[in-house]
Ligand binder design. Structure first.
Ligand code: GAR
Length: 200
């Protein structure tokens, strides 16, 4: 059984989908802990599923480095085999990424490498594209630049605003991350191999 830690910042709707999938006895992974950089709304989902939580409040540290060190200590307590960033709106310090990559994944609401960063949905709308998408990647030390494990296109519809488009992207993200976690758990997807053979 693959053990997974999920890190969030916000509502955690994708986290909830993963918790729901992992509650199925036939699913080969379990969420062992949910962490956040703030008092995230999404903790409520973890509580509902009886999953432990931890918080490392970014605002209480003097630097990203110190915050990341504390986050690393929490992860060391829970020793997950995989970390999923599911709406964690912070860049991790390089030493933490180096420690966990390639066993650390990120979901992103755009078809990477298009529209990386904190405003993937807004940036796609501003660019006036006809379609955007959802991606699941291995986290590396760039901004949403790691190897792509899964992605799918989502059309931009007339009248879309950031909220409506994002809400149409999220179900796709959920499907992709659940499938990626399942494939990692079964060994169908070998993260170390993907990372080693990825083109820079
Ligand atoms: C998701 O769309 C996730 O991909 C995005 O935040 C949302 C979290 O939604 N992450 C990023 O944009 C990271 N750059 P949720 O809290 O409802 O799951």
């Amino acid at each position: 059984m693959l053990t997974v830690a999920v890190l969030i910042s916000g509502t955690g709707s994708n986290l909830r989908a993963l918790l729901e999938a992992a509650a199925d006895p036939g699913f080969p992974a379990r969420v062992v802990v949910v962490g956040a950089d703030r008092q995230a709304e999404g903790f409520a989902h973890a509580e509902e599923y009886g999953t432990p939580t931890f918080m490392v409040p970014y605002a209480q540290f003097d630097s990203r480095q110190e915050w990341g060190a504390q986050l690393g200590e929490q992860l060391a307590v829970w020793r997950p085999e995989l970390v999923v960033l599911s709406g964690l709106m912070r860049l991790l310090p390089p030493n933490l990424v180096d420690e966990w990559s390639p066993r650390i994944l990120n979901t992103h609401p755009a078809y990477l490498p298009e529209f990386p960063g904190a405003h993937g949905v807004r940036d796609a709308l501003a660019a006036g594209v006809a379609q955007t998408g959802a991606s699941v990647i291995i986290v590396d030390n760039g901004v949403d630049s790691g190897p792509i494990l899964a992605q799918e296109r989502v059309p931009v519809l007339p009248g879309d605003d950031e909220h409506t488009l994002h809400e149409r992207i999220k179900p796709v993200e959920r499907r992709l991350i659940i499938d990626v976690v399942r494939r990692v758990a079964t060994g169908e997807l070998d993260l170390a191999h993907v990372a080693a053979t990825a083109t820079p």
